[in-house]
Design a protein around this ligand. Structure first.
Ligand code: C2E
Ligand code: CA
Ligand code: CA
Length: 437
């Protein structure tokens, strides 16, 4: 937001104006106020740019050939509300009707030519502030909604009543102390190279009283009780230890640890995790869901940048289930997209999903992301993903989550021994089908 001292640009503005000199001058003056400006010379040009990146505010010239300001504004408003993307219309002096038309078509404000720069800056500041407050409110609503969902989920699982929940939380805390919690590893197959270079770390709780409690039952509880932070620090430490053990046995495997939204928004915790991982950046990568990022996008970008600078790889988890577009994610320093299993499990039976997955892979590659498909449960899906150029596959068909000894045995298995051979889909499928019975 304006007025906050920070490094880098405070905001991004898109200037849409056919007059190159005027736009250039304006963009230079905005630059002095640490606002970075992108320029578009026409309406169609601007709409193309908006597909790739969303600015924080638009300055739109009213009089343009081809597509005038009003038409451009109408096209913008089909995709972005006035709260999401403020537009300030630049009109000729004194034309009251134009000004009214602009406001009617969804402009947030207007300034008239010749532009009084101080007035423009004051208006820009107001609209950026409103927009950032709107975003904060949306994020807060998201957080509340997640907390409610979490509570509903706990209720569903039979932990609705407080006493029962407290018991379980107690049990969970003891479990951490008594090593009832373990990390299981689920292999990720690189499709072209036919190698396993990474695995997702997934928590398992085996309790003498409760039996095996799956992650999606106790993680919501730990998030609700605040224990997820401690659990995550434990998971990172354990994964680093297991990484070293595997390295000693000749396997270099990077482990992907999940970061909950509640963890990602805790600044102190993120700092500690960063320090922990920075000592072994090749051992650990992180998986964050979109909601973990959108809780607080500004903070998330700063944190993500620090992860990136420390050489830590970050993946967007469950991609496709959230609201964000690839064009927004493109602005984040992340390396990988994990397409949610919802799209992968129906890949060979649905008509729509293959197109969606293929275009996601293509677009992701164009933006320099690697793509991991999760929830690969059969040979056909794996073969189809290979053809689509997906980089890696994860799922029961490649391998279920396994305790470290089983995972080591999996890596040592004969069909994995010849990892130098070029990827041979047929032979991989054959061994995988045998393994899956
Ligand atoms: P996730 O990150 O989406 O993890 C993938 C989940 O899909 C895992 O469930 C995994 O066992 C399951 N899965 C793997 N392959 C297949 C497949 O082929 N088909 C199907 N249907 N499912 C498959 P799990 O282990 O029960 O974990 C559930 C969720 O709990 C995870 O979802 C993750 O959000 C969370 N979680 C697990 N471990 C941790 C952790 O250490 N920290 C945090 N914060 N969250 C964790
Ligand atoms: Ca995950
Ligand atoms: Ca996932």
């Amino acid at each position: 937001m304006l007025g906050v001292t920070n490094e880098g640009p405070q905001a991004r503005v898109l200037i849409i104006d056919d007059d190159a000199d005027a736009a250039e001058m304006l963009s230079r003056r905005l630059g002095v106020r640490r606002i970075s400006a992108t320029r578009a010379s026409s309406g169609p040009d601007a709409l193309r740019l908006l597909k790739e990146q969303t600015p924080d505010l638009v300055l739109l010239d009213f009089t343009m050939p081809v597509m005038d300001g009003l038409e451009t504004l109408e096209a913008i408003r089909k995709h972005y509300s006035a709260a999401e993307l403020p537009v300030i219309m630049v009109t000729a002096a004194g034309d009251r009707q134009i000004m009214l038309n602009a406001i009617g078509a969804g402009a947030n404000d207007y300034v008239s030519k010749p532009i009084d720069f101080e007035v423009l800056m004051a208006r820009v500041a107001v609209h950026l502030r409103v927009r950032s407050e709107f975003r904060r409110a949306m994020a807060e609503q998201g957080r509340l909604q997640r907390r409610l969902d979490n509570r509903a989920r706990l209720e569903e699982l039979g932990y609705g009543d407080t006493t029962k929940r407290n018991h379980l939380v107690e049990a969970l805390r003891r479990a951490i102390a008594t090593d009832e919690i373990e990390l299981y590893y689920q292999p990720q197959l690189r499709l072209r190279q036919r190698t396993i270079e990474s695995a997702e770390a997934l928590m398992r709780w085996t309790s003498p009283q409760l039996g095996t409690v799956p992650a999606d039952q106790f993680i919501p509880l730990a998030e609700d009780s605040g224990d997820i932070g401690m659990l995550t620090e434990w998971a990172v430490a354990r994964a680093i230890r297991d990484h070293s053990a595997l390295a000693a046995a000749g396997h270099r495997i990077r482990f992907a640890v999940n970061l909950s939204a509640t963890v990602a928004s805790n600044a102190g915790l993120v700092d500690r995790l960063l320090k922990q991982i920075a000592e072994a950046p090749k051992a650990i990568s992180l998986e964050l869901t979109e909601s973990a990022i959108f809780d607080n996008p500004e903070l998330a970008i700063i944190k993500l940048r620090r992860f990136a600078e420390a050489g830590i790889r970050v993946a967007i988890d469950d991609y496709g289930t959230g609201m964000s577009s690839l064009s927004y994610i493109q602005r984040l320093p992340v390396h990988e997209l994990k397409i949610d299993r919802m799209f992968i499990s129906k890949l060979t039976s649905s008509h729509r999903d293959p197109l969606l997955v293929r275009s996601t892979i293509e677009l992701a590659h164009a933006l320099d992301f690697e793509v991991v498909a999760e929830g690969v449960e059969d040979a056909d899906t794996l073969a189809l993903l290979s053809v689509m150029g997906c980089d890696s596959a994860q799922g029961y068909f490649v391998g279920s989550p396994m305790a470290l000894p089983d995972f080591t045995a999996f890596l040592n298995a004969p069909e994995r021994a010849d990892q130098q051979a070029p990827f041979d889909v047929t032979s991989f499928l054959r061994t995988a089908i045998e393994r899956n019975g």
